[in-house]
Ligand binder design. Structure first.
Ligand code: CA
Length: 443
């Protein structure tokens, strides 16, 4: 076999032909798609059990590393053709992963937590258990709580302890409770707004009405005065501010700096059948996250995700949030701090891509706090057992090792240690019960 033929065979169709020709045979860069920077194939790239995977995503900044991985050739470099499928909603993503790609759905993708854990247990899939593995964290931070302009004078911020009356007097003043929305129950954005309210002394189940509403309907509701708050991922908070519908009361980066946000998780049967391809997927993702994390690349990240094929959202809506440029509070005070924006690879707490069990456990502990799955999730021990089964730190470590990352960037334990929230509450993964005991409002 000639070198050229062998090379094409090894790639197994993982590259588009123009990328193959321009990237590998010395054609001038002008011959390539200008948005793509083909990466040289890694030696292990031809060795995979499969060369394709179909991943779902939701068009919020959490998905950027997946788009970057595809568009900048990081997955292809490791022999994998990743097909990204935009999901209409979180329930659609959930239903599609139950189907699997063989059934016309998806093999995995981007998730709020603890969706993969609850899908594994059949808790949110009508009892149908579809085991999944969490392979990496996609992003930290970049979510926020937007509040309607109808509450401009109240100037709500991260600390609500002096604003309790705004919420509790709502029924007398408006004839109904304060209404807040998220896009999927019992996961990140529901948990962030609950944490924010409860820390200020507002019971999210009793003092307000907390609803699951699609983004566009929430915006409409905020515009016409039937809804007051929205807990969501960027760029939605930015869009609400730019369109003068409301203001950003709190960034999740303020509530819990460097917090776990969304994750890459894939069906366990896919990973078990394709262990090398799973490692290749994480290798591509890690390199995409490293690239996307560089502030000098954020403008290009905005361009890549803005396209019609992906978010179909103007660059000027995406770029400020990607750069940590926010307008905070009712007076829209400019904030320009990349450390409060999306973090894809490295924060002050170290590598964020690593799927720490301690961080995933928090979402299950918080599920217990609010009794989100009565009779289905009932103890910390059960929560630990689920996380131990679902989080595959070992695959991440293997990918990082094969990439030759420095040892300091490859965590060796399952715990990031104690976590501190803005109100001084501490979550110690060694003792989640102490965390639960320290919370005043809970079920
Ligand atoms: Ca999110």
């Amino acid at each position: 076999m000639t070198n050229r033929r062998r090379f094409i065979t090894l790639l197994g169709g993982a590259f588009g032909s123009s990328v193959l020709l321009s990237g590998c045979f010395g054609n001038p860069p002008g011959a390539t798609d200008s948005s793509a920077t083909p990466q040289a194939a890694s030696p292990a790239a031809g060795n995979l059990e499969t060369t394709t995977i179909k991943l779902g995503y939701i068009p919020i900044l959490e998905a950027a590393p997946l788009v970057v991985g595809v568009e900048k050739g990081f997955f292809a470099k490791h022999g994998l053709k990743v097909e990204l499928a935009k999901q209409a909603s979180w329930p659609a993503a959930r239903d599609n992963v139950v189907l699997g790609s063989s059934g016309g759905g998806i093999d995995g993708g981007q998730w709020q937590l603890p969706m993969p854990h609850m899908i594994t247990e059949g808790v949110i899939t009508d009892g149908k258990k579809v085991p999944m593995y969490v392979l990496a964290q996609l992003i930290s931070q970049a979510n926020g709580i937007a509040v309607s302009n109808s509450l401009k004078n109240d100037n709500l911020g991260v600390d609500l302890s002096s604003k309790v009356d705004v919420f509790k007097r709502f029924p007398q003043k408006e004839g109904r409770k304060f209404r807040a929305a998220h896009t999927y129950p019992n996961a990140n954005q529901d948990m962030w707004i609950r944490y924010w309210l409860a820390a200020g002394g507002i019971d999210p189940d009793k003092d307000i009405e907390l609803l699951t509403v699609p983004s566009t309907e929430t915006l409409q509701g905020m515009r016409n005065g039937t809804m007051e708050a929205f807990s969501t991922g960027d760029p939605w908070p930015f869009r609400i501010v730019r369109d003068d519908i409301g203001y950003t009361a709190a960034l999740t980066a303020q509530i819990w700096p460097d917090h776990p946000e969304e994750f890459l998780a894939v069906r366990a049967d896919w990973v078990d059948k394709n262990p090398k391809a799973a490692v290749a997927l994480v290798k591509g993702l890690i390199e995409a996250q490293q690239w996307a994390d560089k502030q000098e690349n954020r403008g290009e990240v905005a361009k890549l995700i803005s396209s019609r094929a992906y978010f179909n959202t103007p660059v000027d809506v995406l770029e400020p949030a990607l750069k940590g440029q926010y307008l905070l509070g009712a007076d829209k005070k400019p904030e320009n701090d990349p450390k409060k924006g999306p973090i894809y690879w490295m924060s002050d707490r170290g590598v964020i891509s690593y799927p720490y069990k301690s961080l995933s456990l928090w979402f299950l502990v918080e599920s217990l706090r609010w009794n989100m799955h009565p009779g289905k999730l009932t103890s910390i021990n059960q929560a630990r057992a689920i996380v131990n089964k679902v989080n595959r730190e070992d695959i991440w470590r293997q990918a990082a090792t094969e990439l030759g990352l420095p040892a300091k960037d490859i965590p060796t334990t399952s715990s990031r240690g104690k976590e501190t929230f803005f109100d001084g509450i501490i979550y110690d993964p060694e003792n989640p019960q102490a965390y639960l005991n320290s919370l005043k409002i809970k079920r």
